[in-house]
Write a protein that binds this ligand. Sequence first.
Ligand code: URA
Length: 209
Amino acid sequence: MENVFIFDHPLIQHKITLMRDKNTPTKEFRELVSEVSRLMAYEVTRDLPLVEVEVETPIATAKAKVIAGKNLAIVPILRAGLGMVDGMLDLIPMARVGHIGLYRDPETLDAVEYYCKLPEDAAERDIILLDPMLATGVSAVDAVNQLRKRNIHSIKFMCIIAAPEGIKNLHDTHPDVPIFCAALDKKLNDQAYIVPGLGDAGDRLFGTK
Ligand code: URA
């Protein structure tokens, strides 16, 4: 599918297998989410524009490249998206961080927004939305809607595990938003969990269950 990118690097696959294991404890799970996010950040930023500068090496003057003051912001969808922030900031420390709070209504499975705080100049920034699990896609679609409402148009979506249903929903609603994931799983179950997935990413990150 156009605009969907799966990062299946062996290091990422290995770490996702450890994350899936139900016996992986909270501390290790949190570290793995951070490490996978860091590895994904490397690929997600592949298209950052560069400009040429001159630099004096000890030997000569060189024409070399630096990232063109492109303004980035990462926006985790609360709460599981928080687990991806540190890994991203390790590679792109200049990025600003916004937050969108959505929860899934357990009855209707709809996304309900309860918080949104973005950098003041978010509309001029390239935004990377973060949520480790793209399940039904309802939260992702809603988060993109919230950003669009605020005049933000350069948006990428980055998750760790995606279900085909979520990819289809997000892609059909916002075909111009590239989707980056590290694993594409089989399906959703009747409670909208990804199968085989890794369970509830928020609970596993924060030890709430
Ligand atoms: N959110 C999760 O944390 N896990 C899933 O499997 C689906 C949504």
